[in-house]
Design a protein around this ligand. Structure first.
Ligand code: 13P
Length: 254
């Protein structure tokens, strides 16, 4: 029997919003979540660091979860401007996104660094959302599956299991472009990731591990993506910045 995986609808706010926006968005989602009896999905918001505390207050008791967009790989110390996984857990984060393609590009993060950050998130008792994805040039060259397998292998932390780790497949060419992967493209890569996971963590955990799709997911295309056999949720950027769109995506999971 196929493993039952709870859909995760995760909003990556990236570097967007001020206090008033965060308050309105987080409390708007919290209100909707509170009114939803036994939601068919888990909902997560990942605001910028300075807005985490405010968002934590706004979602308290609603079931909406809090996550961060990055963490440092080591526990504490002289790392000006960085944030430890322990502190993120301490202020209420349940997940940390690691290895987003924007961090891999902007900060030249390698698979090895991503794996270390993911490990730090697990050590702090949070879940790691490990992002992988190919560029358009890599896809055009027929290397999409190879690239994703390589990033997966290099970025997955030791001790990863279906409870503490989520994979996010985010084709770089689909992020913020409006050019969403077709259901066939998404399913092909998700299935390949799950197959690769069998080797890395064993068949049982691979069957249970959630694999999110990210890249121009909107209310209008979410239903067909979320219905795919190996798509277990979404990591959403632009459409996570307003209540109607983000809730619309979550509603497509029901
Ligand atoms: P968009 O939904 O804006 O394409 O961003 C996706 C993403 O990068 C989420 O992490």
């Amino acid at each position: 029997m196929a493993a039952k995986r709870k859909i995760l609808i995760a909003g990556n706010w990236k570097m967007n919003g001020l206090k008033k926006d965060a308050r309105a968005l987080a409390s708007g989602l919290a209100k909707k979540m509170k009114k939803t009896e036994r939601p068919a999905f888990e909902m997560l918001i990942c605001p910028p660091f300075p807005l985490l505390g405010l968002a934590a207050d706004a979602i308290r008791g609603s079931g909406v979860k809090l996550g961060a967009q990055d963490c440092h790989a080591i526990e504490r110390g002289a790392h000006t401007g960085d944030t430890s996984a322990g502190l993120l857990a301490n202020i209420g984060c349940k997940y940390v996104i690691v290895g987003h393609s924007e961090r891999r590009t902007d900060h030249e993060e390698t698979d090895k660094q991503v794996r270390a950050k993911a490990g730090a998130a697990l050590n702090a008792g949070m879940g790691a959302i490990v992002c992988i994805g190919e560029t358009w040039a890599e896809r055009k060259a027929g290397k999409a599956l190879v690239v994703n397998r390589k990033q997966l292998k290099g970025s997955l932390p030791s001790g990863a299991n279906a409870k503490n780790t989520v994979i996010a497949y985010e084709p770089v060419w689909a992020i913020g472009t409006g050019q969403v992967a077709t259901p066939a493209q998404a399913q092909e890569v998700h299935a390949a990731i799950r197959k690769a996971l069998i080797k890395l963590i064993g068949a049982d955990e691979a069957a249970k591990m959630r694999i999110l799709y990210g890249g121009s997911m909107k209310p209008g295309n979410a239903a067909e993506l979320l219905a795919l056999p190996d798509v277990d949720g979404g990591l959403i950027g632009g459409a996570s910045l307003n209540v109607v769109d983000f809730w619309g995506i979550a509603a497509a999971a029901s």
